[in-house]
Design a protein around this ligand. Sequence first.
Ligand code: BTN
Length: 329
Amino acid sequence: MPNADQVILSELLAREPNWVSGAALASRLGVSRVAIWQHMEKLRAAGFTFEAQRARGYRLKLRPSFLHAALVEAHLKVRPRHFTLHVLDVVDSTNDEAARQLAAGRPTPFAVLARKQTRGRGRFGRAWHSESSLNLYSSFAFRPRVSPERMQTFTLWMGVNLCEMLANFTGVAPGIKWPNDLLFKGRKAGGMLTEARVDSDQIRDLVFGLGLNVNSPRDEWPSDLARRAISLAEITGQPLDLNRLAAALIGRVLLAWQAFAEGDHLERFADLWHRYDLLRGKPIVLLEGGRRHHGVVSGLDDEGALLLRDASGRSHRFRAGEVTLEKSA
Ligand code: BTN
């Protein structure tokens, strides 16, 4: 059930740049016009600016640049019946919060978004820089009942879906660097972290985490990241609407999840992987368990492992590892 703030914002967004009368909002919600005015005051306090005229009603002028739960919800185009969204001001890690909520029995699917993380995590236990409320920190929780071997393909499938969503949203195509990096112009704009609790032979529950550099300015990065990271705003040359992007992200992740759960995604996966994969045919170094493997990437196997052809023509498969492009690539 949408709450009053969501209904008001949905109406204002749908009518933009036109006005919406207080009476129309009041009758839509079954409350008095005074109650509508009180809601508008609350939204103003949360960072919205409205134009208000006695004869015409309200019109949206400015919206918050940081995440706002009702605004994300108002932007959602489709909403699966059981989906719920939590937007937190600050949390240790959205992945950890989603795992805690799963353990407490919260129905899936749900998403946890936060304006900041105090202990954002990346792969290999690395820290994920999470101090800017201009970026997105998000986790999605599912109970998939599939075998653990399908987890890698799950992350890759999500990755190519996000590439397509970001290409549509920004007008610039990103690429995916196996297994979890989203890159624009060779620099990292997003990272994915999928974590699961596994019963004997099935996944009990799964958290898909995505960190996306959206609007943070270059000088906010710590110096070691500045060379490797890029934000979407840098790519497009202008700030993006964070709440609209969050809604597009949620919509796409839920659609992709549905296709994955139904198992009818394989053809589309091959097509999207072909379009967004950054590594095929490239000479790389893969670091795995302290060893460096050199070779040319020849593709993926059915479980999403990377296939690497070495100098003698032998093929090797890797389920995990960190990839660097060879200098000549
Ligand atoms: C990586 O590139 O190593 C993966 C980074 C994943 C970061 C995201 S931010 C939201 C979610 N919460 C976390 O603690 N990590 C993921």
